[in-house]
Ligand binder design. Structure first.
Ligand SMILES: Cc1cc2nc3c(=O)[nH]c(=O)nc-3n(C[C@H](O)[C@H](O)[C@H](O)COP(=O)(O)O)c2cc1C
Length: 371
């Protein structure tokens, strides 16, 4: 049954060789200026047997960042740095999308370029978690500064510029990181959005930022090359709302109306990079997938068997494998031949060298194909 993972699939007008997705995984191997490195090219080349590769969260501006050595798409050097990475990722026929990221209130003044508090829809700090400093210490999150209309307009421009830069670097498209409690999510959920202007209150208002980003992107890139990632059932980083179903359904309807390349859903029971117990009001992926007229990706806790079952059931067209792809660079080959899987270890997830990054071996029987 797992053969279904190897059926080709059409995404954004491109025929992809299989339905296995390398989902976005932050690995912190760019330079301190957010320029991609040759080591990143090696990492993506090792994993280039996927049908679709979504590059790690890539910030649209220095203000949109919270962490060390995260790549960007806002400078000429970054665009140049991405080119060899793009070439490596696409070397076996995968499509390669950049994940465009603005962290909003998950940043901290100690890493903001102007030393000011981060920007967010409302001045409400994250309470249940701590910000991890570049030295690895946990400190409380700060009260963010409320975005002005002018500030929102500036961010729309940053997303459009980053999307144009992505295409210039050779990416096939971009994925909006509207999951995991970052800026889009902060607009969606009432726990972080208490605005009384046209960006807060009703569902229609809380999805306005998404709608406007898509409007800005449409000026520079075809929207059938824009995907969107949502985590509708995750409460990570205080993402609470009395009616999540309504706001996420509306976000999906907008994505569908705009003709986006794909909908990428983080499965219930996953918070960021961890498995958690299902919350009270989790939303089955199939329910949101049914609202989207186009390819759907689900990611979170899947094995080859559960992934195929989601495809057979018509819930998803493609499936992402995050942690499994970290420790098995040749994951599609291992799935296809039923070869044993290697266990991941936590060392090196976010460090700055090849250990725990490019040193997981491929199976001796693996011979990458070249396109
Ligand atoms: C090390 C690591 C980094 C991650 N970075 C990102 C990221 O940059 N953007 C994102 O949307 N999700 C990120 N995630 C979440 C994964 O894309 C994925 O949703 C999650 O690992 C669940 O899938 P899995 O069970 O197949 O690992 C990250 C996960 C891990 C383990």
């Amino acid at each position: 049954m797992t053969q279904r993972l190897f059926d080709p699939v059409l995404v954004g007008g491109q025929l992809l060789p299989n339905r296995i997705v390398l989902p976005p995984l932050t690995r912190s191997r760019a330079t301190s200026d957010g320029v991609p490195t040759p080591l990143m090219a090696k990492y993506y080349r090792q994993r280039s047997g996927a049908g679709l590769i979504v590059a790690e969260g890539t910030v649209v501006s220095p203000q949109g960042n919270a962490y060390a050595r995260v790549p960007g798409l806002y400078s000429r050097e970054q665009v140049q740095g991405w080119k060899p990475v793009v070439e490596a990722a696409k070397s076996q026929g995968a499509a390669f999308y950049a994940q465009l990221w603005h962290v909003g209130r998950q940043a901290h003044s100690m890493v903001q370029p102007d030393g000011l508090a981060p920007l967010a829809p409302s001045p409400i700090p994250i309470t249940g978690w701590g910000y991890r400093t570049p030295e690895g210490k946990r400190v409380p999150y700060e009260t963010p500064r409320e975005l002005t209309r002018e500030g929102i307009r500036e961010i729309l421009g940053q997303f459009a510029d980053a999307a144009a830069n992505a295409m210039q670097a050779g990416f096939d498209g971009v994925e909006l990181h509207a999951a995991n409690g970052y800026l889009f999510d902060q607009f969606f959920n009432r726990s972080s959005n208490q605005r009384i202007d046209e960006y807060g209150g009703s569902v229609e208002n809380r999805v306005r930022f998404l709608n406007e980003v898509l409007g800005a992107l449409a000026q520079v890139i075809p929207l059938n090359r824009v995907g969107i990632r949502l985590s509708p059932s995750s409460g990570w980083m205080d993402m609470r709302d009395p009616d999540k179903r309504s706001v996420y359904s509306e976000a999906v309807r907008i994505a569908s109306r705009r003709g986006l390349a794909y909908l990428h859903l983080v499965e219930p029971g996953i918070e960021a990079s961890d498995d958690v117990d299902l919350g009270e009001d989790w939303i089955p992926s199939g329910e949101l997938a049914a609202l989207f007229d186009g390819p759907v990706i689900v990611t979170g806790g899947h094995t080859a068997e559960t992934a195929s079952a989601q495809i057979v059931a018509g819930v998803a067209d493609m499936v992402g494998f995050g942690r499994l792809f970290i420790s098995n660079p040749d994951l599609p080959h291992r799935f296809q031949h039923g070869t044993e899987l290697q266990e991941a270890h936590a060392d090196g997830l976010y460090s700055d060298d090849e250990l725990g990054y490019t040193d997981y071996p491929c199976h001796p029987s693996y011979a990458p194909s070249r396109s």
